[in-house]
Design a protein around this ligand. Sequence first.
Ligand SMILES: N[C@@H](CCC(=O)N[C@@H](CSC=O)C(=O)NCC(=O)O)C(=O)O
Length: 322
Amino acid sequence: MLLHLYGHMIRQAFIYSVTLNLKSLQLKKIYHIIARIMSSLTPVSSNRCFGGYQKVYSHESSELKCKMNFSVYLPPQAEEKKVPVLYWLSGLTCTEQNFIQKAGAQRYAAEAGVMIVCPDTSPRGVNIEGEDDSYDFGSGAGFYVDATEEKWKNHYKMYSYVTKELPEIINGNFPALPHCQSIFGHSMGGHGALICALKNPGKYCSVSAFSPICNPMECPWGQKAFTGYLGKDKETWKEYDATHLVKKYQGPPLTILIDQGKDDNFLKEGQLLPDNFVAACTENKMPVILRMQETYDHSYYFIATFVEDHIKHHLEYLGMKS
Ligand SMILES: N[C@@H](CCC(=O)N[C@@H](CSC=O)C(=O)NCC(=O)O)C(=O)O
């Protein structure tokens, strides 16, 4: 309790120091030491689900310098042995809750014996002016990049959080097979999953996405987010654009599965651009399966319909053929 109070005080002191532009190296070091001590997980909820447990935890994130929630589904098999891990990245406006409440994935994860981990979609409550002003930038819209712009870069490091800090926490605290992890997601999170896999060859056994924002450099959501987090130089954007990254991917074979609803309004508005991604995959001879689903939209009803297929896709590459 006392430790949490100290942690909170140090975090606030850090936020104020950044706000006042003091940028004290010592204060940053102190924050990291406290964050490490505080890396213990606080249980938020635990519910029995298909013979396993759906749990939510909070923790102090050293990358994001704030308190973060994540959810973890522990299948029944995790009581006996270590299991593979599937990371799910949600889209704009989501938290760690959307997928666990709406996708209905726990039944299939229990059958397959895989853990599913869902982080939140951005840092929360970090006192950056304007952070809560729009649904597609700031809170709930971290875009899974490490911001380089002065205003955002101290907290908005979702790329490092999901590829480094969170896996360390999962591997250190849960019965996870550390080299047996895959990643999938939806919309902003579908793109997040693609870039995490493409930027880290071999780290994830497989990747899949529902209605991903495939080419953020060329769509309004992506242009707004990349300008805000990465600045105006579009060369730097390429490091976080799946359509650019897939052209230069040289790692182990990766078969990418994408489901896209044909009645998705965001597809019609030009936010998702799957054809650009498929053309880039073809250019680099990358196997990609794009399934255009008649009459489906962008919602979690669509995700719930096809989530079993995605879990089966991952099982094949996690060495657990279904
Ligand atoms: N204007 C809408 C937009 C938010 C929205 O549709 N979010 C999607 C993801 S879109 C791309 O990343 C979503 O998953 N919403 C949560 C849900 O549970 O459906 C709005 O503000 O609602």
